[in-house]
Write a protein of this length. Structure first.
Lengths: 292, 263
């Protein structure tokens, strides 16, 4: 029984990380219907910026975290300005291909500067963050992920639901022509959604870096892992991304623990196929409202 | 004059010419109606004014559009909306996944300060039907509610000039009457200047002060609304009555008998 509970706890922990990694991806899709193939590289950028600030600049962790968030926010903003803005109004497939190019560019840049070796953050997490009940325990980093991830989730939930800018962002995602006719600044909305997405990606990149160490290949592979997560949760639902992440994480660890570790990457996809047969928009995706 | 359109030509994708020298002028505080059959260029005229041509790859290639003594042709919609021109798109374009109230809030996008409570009350005053539905997602509202919503959403921007594109499209006659009544009321009480594009010539001319008739990308007739409504050609082709003023029987319609005089 303890084994089962520990597996569930591990699965949920890993799944939550998948979920918050997918949040930034969903945000871009929600505002501009763009599938961002460079998401994994954005995660990696966040992790590497934090690495530089913590190990080489030797800043205190809090300052380094805030600075990384600011840097990622600016990075997202600049990427939108330089690469995506010229493509506004062009067919979506061009924009999606561009993100594939961006992925290669960022990866190359990181390899050029930091190389392909594994770096690690200094161990800065206090031990009181680790939780345990009897023989079941949670590592400190997962507690941190839970706290930080939930904070972001609540903040963005409130932002999109109540703030004017959040409502404009949703209006652009909903009907771009109508938003234009009311004078919503669509360019600003796109820039902001990339900036926020990069910020969230940077945050999850740091957490992933604490867990697995910082390596560009591993981190960009997580960028592909978000696909099943968001497709399961619904491409345009931030809450759905978290639930999707939790389900995939659980399935992975339970398969790994009870069936075979080599199947852990396969079974979640099989379940995904079955779920999509019943709910083609994902568990929480918006069903197209059609008027006839 | 609040708005002057001088002899504009509009071309889409550099090759398709839809307007060939359209001129019209809009006096402050008046309702101007723009009539014409499908494809005559009414919507393109509105889009040329509001700047929405630009995202659709259209351009004003000739002539000028002057609003408040400033040229505005070929400006982007972000600029033009901020000058006070708001277009209500044809075919009701709500934000389907936003609630009625969130939809209305988007209307305040062009204002730098956004206290929206008073404006919401103003919109609910004109369209009480929206008040009871304010928490409902727009995608699940009826056509009449949506038309009220999109007009209300534009009013939230406090436009100096409101461009309405076919508000009667696909609505029951009773709802059309109600909406036109409200448009007239908004014009009288708020002093809003309105350009109204319509197929329903009868309703449009009843509330408009002045009217233009378009055909094939040109203005072919203009005049005071009460004169247009008496014009034999307008009666024949847009109001569906014989020149004598009687309702025409279906079997009497012989299109070769009369030709439009202006063609």
């Amino acid at each position: 029984m303890d084994f089962f509970i520990q597996l569930v706890v591990n699965g949920l922990s890993v799944g939550f990380i998948y979920g918050i990694s997918a949040m930034g991806f969903v945000m871009i899709f929600k505002s501009s219907s763009v599938l961002n193939f460079a998401h994994g590289e954005l995660l990696a950028m966040g992790a590497y910026i934090f690495l530089v600030l913590v190990t080489w600049a030797e800043l205190p962790v809090y300052a380094a975290f805030l600075l990384t968030m600011a840097a990622c926010f600016s990075l997202g903003f600049i990427v939108e300005r330089l690469f995506l803005r010229p493509l506004i109004g062009e067919p979506l497939i061009f924009v999606i291909m561009l993100t594939v190019g961006l992925a290669a560019m960022f990866k190359g840049l990181i390899l050029l500067i930091w190389g392909g070796n594994l770096h690690t953050f200094p161990d800065f997490l206090p031990t009181w963050l680790s939780l345990s009940w009897g023989s079941v325990s949670v590592q400190p980093v997962y507690t941190l992920a839970l706290v930080v991830g939930t904070t972001f989730l609540v903040l963005f939930g409130l932002f999109f639901k109540f703030s004017s800018q959040g409502i404009y962002m949703r209006s652009v995602a909903d009907n771009q022509r109508a938003a234009l006719s009311l004078g919503v600044n669509v360019k600003k909305v796109f820039a902001l959604s990339w900036a926020i997405a990069a910020l969230v990606a940077g945050m999850s990149g740091i957490i992933l870096g604490i867990i697995n160490g910082v390596n560009v290949h591993d981190l960009s592979a997580i960028g592909l892992k978000v696909f099943p997560v968001v497709i399961l949760g619904g491409l345009d639902s931030i809450g759905g991304a978290i639930i999707g992440g939790l389900i995939i994480g659980l399935l992975e660890t339970l398969t790994g623990g009870y069936i075979s570790p080599s199947l852990r990457d396969v079974v979640p996809y099989i379940v995904l196929v079955f779920i999509l047969m019943v709910k083609p928009y994902g568990l929480f995706g918006q069903v197209e409202i059609e008027r006839v | 004059m609040l708005l002057e359109v001088n002899n504009i030509s509009v071309v889409y994708s550099d090759v398709i010419q839809v307007l060939k020298g359209v001129s019209l002028s809009v006096e402050k505080g008046k309702i101007i109606s723009l009539l014409g059959s499908n494809g005559s260029g009414k919507t393109s005229t509105l889009k040329a004014i509001s700047g929405l041509l630009k995202p659709e790859n259209g351009k004003v290639t000739d002539g000028e559009i002057i609003f408040n003594e400033k040229p505005i042709h070929n400006q982007s919609p972000e600029v033009i909306t901020r000058m006070g021109i708001i277009q209500v798109l044809e075919g009701r374009q709500p934000f389907k996944y936003l609630t009625i109230e969130e939809n209305l809030r988007v209307g305040t996008a062009i204002r730098s300060t956004k206290p929206y409570k008073e404006d919401l009350d103003m919109v609910y005053h004109y369209f009480p039907a929206l008040l009871s539905r304010r928490r409902a997602r727009a995608g699940y509202c009826s056509g009449g509610e949506l038309q009220m919503l999109v007009i209300g959403r534009a009013l939230m921007a406090k436009p100096e000039l409101l461009l309405l594109d076919e508000p009667s499209l696909g609505l029951a006659p009773l709802i059309v009457r109600e909406i036109f009544g409200i448009i007239k009321k908004i014009n009288e009480e708020q002093g809003a200047t309105i350009v109204l594009v319509e197929q329903n010539a009868n309703m449009a001319l009843q509330i408009a002060h002045y009217g233009y008739v378009m055909e094939n990308g040109k203005i072919v007739m203009e005049g005071k609304a009460e004169e247009l409504i008496e014009n034999p050609d307008i009666k024949e082709f847009y109001l569906g009555m014989a020149a004598s003023g009687d309702m025409r029987a279906y079997r009497d319609v012989k299109s070769y008998r009369r030709r439009k005089r202006w063609l």
